[in-house]
Design a protein around this ligand. Structure first.
Ligand SMILES: Cc1cc2nc3c(=O)[nH]c(=O)nc-3n(C[C@H](O)[C@H](O)[C@H](O)COP(=O)(O)OP(=O)(O)OC[C@H]3O[C@@H](n4cnc5c(N)ncnc54)[C@H](O)[C@@H]3O)c2cc1C
Length: 749
């Protein structure tokens, strides 16, 4: 039978989610080339839009208004999203070297990682100054400074900015106005602007330079011109001295570096051709002059034939030609030359919602210019928002299906399993023989089967398999391994060995091998921590990546933790927050924020092994892991096996950021409606259904936490141990009570 499945043939990797790559991703999402495996490697989930950065400092824009969510954008482009920092390139083997991932293979590469302020010429700058880039670090430092000044407005404060270009001037004006607004008419604040040249804004016309100088002086900024900085020293925390070449010393509490742009040092060491400052030299096609399969744009690129300043406006303009040339080289088409404009319009904000326009020899100041700039900037940012409305093919058809049956959305991860009721009924219809050495099998199902092999040790066996729900196979390999091994940890066992079952997408050998390599490296990263061996497996090819492990473990007969065994008065502890199911479902339809998914992934990457050891030391009476059937489904299994009831405090249940929001939008995963059938076991004196935590009791979890009942006297200490061990979301969520007539879960708030 013939099928029209696409096979992956080309591997394009984008490093850095700067302005040009954001545009490439957006355009790619609208005009993809099938068969291209596109990957974005970025060290941050959100990338700042440079045009709005000073406005954010002033408080005119919040974080989300001025940042692009690269996770959502990559999803729109159907690109794999790898969150990691690139530190090198192995050009001989065509591999990208990252801090965390194993080497990442590529056929074509594009680099848009921006620049950082130059600091090597200033002694002590690395230790004591705050560079304006990376922006995330700068904004964190700025938030801390604002908090310090807000909480202690009295002491005199001095802020110094080194660098008198547009960035430095905008920061000086916007910082001053932000602090002025925060603490009305702050008169104990000094702002210094120190510049090595004798004229501010050297690349702009005289009028613009003079006018901004006047505005700075009107704002009581101390200007130090012709003062190259030589050294920064510190003689007490938060008190620094800036020493200039002239011998001038300037005292300061905080020093910001907005000096000339410099390139990340690793670029030069890769062997790619660079200019003298270490920026990648590119031709008119934005293609490396030394390696034709590598492209670069934005600050990190220097166009061999055009000398232009490092500015966001060029990075933005290069987005379209970069996209076209990346597609052309893959398709074997002729590349198109790009010519950057000679004059470009700069709109420099003055911090008071007015702006100065600078264009060649012309300059203008007006408040409408700020309104115009604000309009242009917001319009640009709107290109990267609201993907759910645009959608791409598969998601659209999925949405259609969802609207036909409101409760249905085929999900990946653990939510892709069949309902517990289906499984139970089917097993009841089968006649399954079990030999006497099977201590725990299908007759008393638990997290893993247990086979009696000797008096000292019992053998545990368990299997799980998940369709991929994250686009990074290295991360998927780690999460799935954690998820599969969690059944062993839930029973208090030690792992011994695993066999892998892997479905790989169709593609040429090199790409299939790359996906398999990343996936298994992720798996080995987890296995190696516990000295568990990968002993075999089976691979097949299919439409979508999938991965599972059959796990073997051992346990001493007197150490088994089971679902049964809960005792009245025991406290119930949950080690991880709920909400994975709704968050992953929301991500599929572009309704999840990038940082919500970052948090969900962080939670799924946390192994349950240490928690299991803490539960054993705390003499847990019963334990299980929370996965597809949700908290209530798994708690009910424990209650039924132990013949007890439970009182749960809804407000104590830990929930992942964003999960309440997505759930309240009606976004649930495919297993949710089946899990919801368990609500018949819940009782409450109050109408508790409006409690925002209530629906999340039924939310399916992938690599969820452990749920254990702990003797009352050990519970508080156990909780402390868990938190110290890194299970910071752990909570005592309720207690075990005697069974009344029926097994019930009494909910309180
Ligand atoms: C205070 C200030 C204000 C400015 N204001 C303006 C302005 O108003 N207008 C203007 O045109 N220009 C402005 N600029 C200049 C502008 O910020 C840069 O020219 C612009 O950001 C360059 O864009 P880019 O796409 O090259 O890189 P960036 O926007 O810097 O993006 C690079 C991306 O790559 C990621 N990255 C970096 N290193 C790695 C790595 N090793 N591995 C993985 N990912 C990595 C980063 O996290 C980031 O997401 C300003 C600069 C400063 C400092």
């Amino acid at each position: 039978m013939k099928s029209n499945l696409t096979q992956l043939t080309d591997n394009l990797v984008l490093i850095g989610g700067g302005h040009s790559h954001a545009i490439v991703l957006k355009l790619w999402g609208m005009n993809p080339i099938s068969g291209v495996r596109l990957t974005l490697i970025t060290d941050k989930t959100y990338t700042p839009y440079s045009g709005m950065l000073p406005g954010q400092v002033a408080g005119f824009y919040d974080f989300e208004e001025s940042h692009i969510d690269l996770r959502g954008l990559a999803h729109f482009a159907r690109a794999n999203f790898y969150l990691d920092t690139v530190i090198d390139l192995d050009l001989k083997n065509k591999q990208v070297i990252c801090e965390e991932h194993p080497p990442i293979a590529f056929d074509y590469l594009s680099v848009d990682i921006g620049s950082i302020p130059e600091k090597s010429s200033i002694l002590g700058a690395s230790d004591y100054a705050i560079p304006a880039k990376p922006v995330s670090q700068f904004l964190t430092a700025w938030d801390k400074i604002k908090t310090t000044i807000k909480n202690h407005p009295k002491p005199p404060y001095t802020l110094s900015i080194i660098g008198g270009g547009a960035g430095g001037i905008e920061l000086a004006l916007n910082m001053k106005n932000c602090l002025n607004d925060m603490i009305k008419n702050i008169d104990n604040l000094t702002i210094n602007l120190i510049h090595k040249g004798n004229r501010l804004l050297a690349g702009h016309n005289r009028w613009v330079s003079q006018r901004l100088k006047s505005i700075l002086l009107e704002n009581n900024t101390n200007l130090y011109l012709n003062e190259p900085v030589m050294q920064i020293s510190s003689y007490s925390p938060h008190y620094y001295t800036i020493t200039c070449n002239s011998g001038l010393n300037i005292e300061s509490n905080w020093i910001f570096l907005v000096t000339q742009a410099s390139a990340q040092q690793w670029i030069k060491k890769t062997g790619i051709s660079t200019d003298q400052k270490g920026f990648i030299l590119v031709n008119n096609y934005l293609q490396s002059v030394s390696h034709s399969y590598i492209f670069a744009a934005g600050d990190i690129a220097t166009m061999q034939n055009y000398s232009r300043p490092k500015a966001g406006v060029f990075a933005v303009r290069q987005g379209d030609p970069l996209f076209n040339n990346l597609q052309s080289i893959i398709l074997g088409k002729k590349l198109k030359a790009y010519r950057p404009q000679t004059f470009y319009l700069s709109l420099i904000g003055t911090g008071k919602k007015t702006a100065i326009a600078s264009w060649g020899s012309l300059g203008l100041e007006a408040s409408w210019l700020w309104t115009w700039k604000d309009y242009i900037d917001r319009k640009f940012m709107n290109r990267f928002k609201g993907f759910s409305k645009m959608g791409s093919e598969p998601e659209n058809s999925q949405k259609k299906q969802q609207s036909q049956d409101k409760n249905f959305m085929p999900c990946s991860g653990c939510a892709s399993k069949v309902a517990s009721s289906v499984l139970k009924h089917t097993l009841q219809r089968l006649k399954i023989n079990q030999t006497p050495d099977i201590i725990i099998g299908l007759n008393t199902p638990d997290d893993a089967a247990i086979i009696d092999i000797s008096e000292q040790e019992l053998l545990l066996e368990t299997i799980d398999y998940l369709p991929s729900f994250v686009s990074d196979p290295f991360i998927f390999g780690q999460i799935t391994s954690n998820h599969c091994l969690s059944d062993l940890w839930a029973m208090g066992a030690n792992g011994h060995s695993v066999s892998a079952l892997i479905t790989l997408p169709y593609g040429v050998d090199s790409i299939v091998e790359e996906i398999l390599y990343q996936l298994l490296q992720g798996c080995l990263k987890v296995l190696n921590q516990y000295e568990i061996s990968l002993i075999g497996g089976h691979t097949l090819q299919g439409k979508k990546l999938g991965f599972g492990l059959s796990c073997n473990g051992f346990i001493a007969p007197n150490r088994i933790l089971q679902k049964s065994g809960m005792q009245p008065n025991d406290k119930i502890i949950l080690t991880k927050s709920l909400g994975i199911g709704t968050l992953l479902a929301a991500e599929m339809i572009y309704k999840a924020k990038g940082h919500w998914i970052d948090n969900a992934i962080k939670s799924m990457l946390l192994s349950n092994k240490k928690a299991s050891e803490i539960f054993l030391q705390s003499e847990a009476s019963a334990c299980t892991d929370v996965t597809g059937f949700g908290l209530i489904g798994h708690l009910l299994e424990m209650m039924q096996a132990s013949q007890v009831s439970v009182e749960l405090n809804l407000d104590k249940i830990p929930i992942l950021p964003g999960a309440i929001e997505t759930n309240q939008q009606g976004i649930t995963s495919s297993l949710y409606p089946k899990n919801l059938e368990n609500k018949i076991y819940l009782t409450s004196d109050k109408d508790i259904k409006n409690n925002p935590h209530y629906p999340l009791l039924f939310d399916p979890q992938t690599s969820g936490g452990l749920l254990a009942s702990i003797p009352e006297e050990n519970a508080d200490h156990c909780l402390q141990e868990l938190i110290q061990a890194g299970y910071t979301s752990s909570r005592i969520i309720g207690k075990v009570v005697h069974q009344s007539n029926n097994i019930t879960c009494q909910l309180t708030e």
